[in-house]
Write a protein that binds this ligand. Structure first.
Ligand SMILES: C[S@@+](CC[C@H](N)C(=O)[O-])C[C@H]1O[C@@H](n2cnc3c(N)ncnc32)[C@H](O)[C@@H]1O
Length: 191
C-alpha cells in the first residue's frame, strides 16, 4: 500500500522529527509499544518520559523496555499526563522535541479507563509550552468507545484554534471506512 496506515504514519512522523539524544514524551504508554519505539529513536543519550494512569500499563511497559534493553533512559510515570510539567528535568523544560498520545482505552484491559477531553487538552497545552521549535505532537485519536466522540470533538476544536503563526496542524485519516476509524492530529511548532 502506498498510503501509510495510521500507526505507521504516526511513527514516520516521529522518525522524521526525533534525533538521538532528544527528550520526548509518550503521553499514554499503555502496553509500551510507542515508548519502546521512542526509546530506540532517542538512544542512550536521550530520554523518554512515559505516562499512564494504570498500574498495569506501567508494568507492561516496564517489561517491554527491559526485554529490549531500553529501560535506562526512560522514566515511567504513574500519573496523569495532565501533570507532565512536574516531571520534566530542568534541562528538558523547553527542550522537548516530540510527544505522542494514543487516545482511548488500553486494549486487553479495563475499557472504562479512557483518556478524557480536559486531561488530554491540558496535557497537550503543557507539552506545547515545553516543545522546542520544529517539535511535534502527534495524537492518534481513537473515538469509537463511550466518551470517544466527545473527546474527539473537544480536541479537534482545540487544535483548530491554535495560532497558525506559531503552529501548523495536520489532520490525517481515511474517510471511507464504515466504523469510526482512528485518525491523526499532528501539531508542529513553527516558532
Ligand atoms: C490506547 S492506550 C495507549 C496504547 C499505547 N500507546 C501502546 O503503545 O500500547 C491509552 C492509554 O491511555 C491511558 N490513560 C488514560 N487516561 C490517562 C491520563 N490522564 N494520563 C495518562 N494516561 C492515560 C490508559 O490507561 C491507556 O493505557
Amino acid at each position: 500500500m502506498t498510503i501509510e496506515r495510521i500507526l505507521d504514519y504516526a511513527h514516520s512522523l516521529m522518525k522524521k522529527t526525533i534525533e538521538p539524544g532528544d527528550a520526548v514524551i509518550d503521553g499514554t504508554c499503555g502496553n509500551g509499544y510507542d515508548t519502546a519505539f521512542l526509546a530506540e529513536l532517542v538512544g542512550e543519550q536521550g530520554h523518554v518520559y512515559a505516562f499512564d494512569v494504570q498500574e498495569k500499563a506501567i508494568s507492561n511497559t516496564q517489561e517491554r523496555l527491559k526485554e529490549h534493553g531500553l529501560a535506562n533512559h526512560t522514566s515511567l510515570i504513574h500519573d496523569s499526563h495532565a501533570h507532565v510539567q512536574q516531571y520534566l528535568q530542568e534541562k528538558d523544560q523547553n527542550n522537548i522535541s516530540a510527544a505522542i498520545y494514543n487516545l482511548g482505552y488500553l486494549p486487553g484491559s479495563d475499557k472504562s479507563v479512557v483518556t478524557k477531553p480536559e486531561g488530554t487538552i491540558q496535557s497537550v497545552e503543557n507539552v506545547l509550552a515545553t516543545l522546542k521549535k520544529g517539535g511535534l505532537v502527534v495524537l492518534v485519536v481513537y473515538h469509537g468507545h463511550p466518551g470517544g466522540a466527545e473527546e474527539k470533538d473537544a480536541i479537534l476544536e482545540y487544535v483548530s484554534e491554535l495560532d497558525s503563526k506559531h503552529y501548523q496542524v495536520l489532520h490525517y485519516g481515511f474517510i471511507n471506512k464504515k466504523r469510526t476509524p482512528p485518525f491523526i492530529l499532528a501539531i508542529e511548532k513553527l516558532s
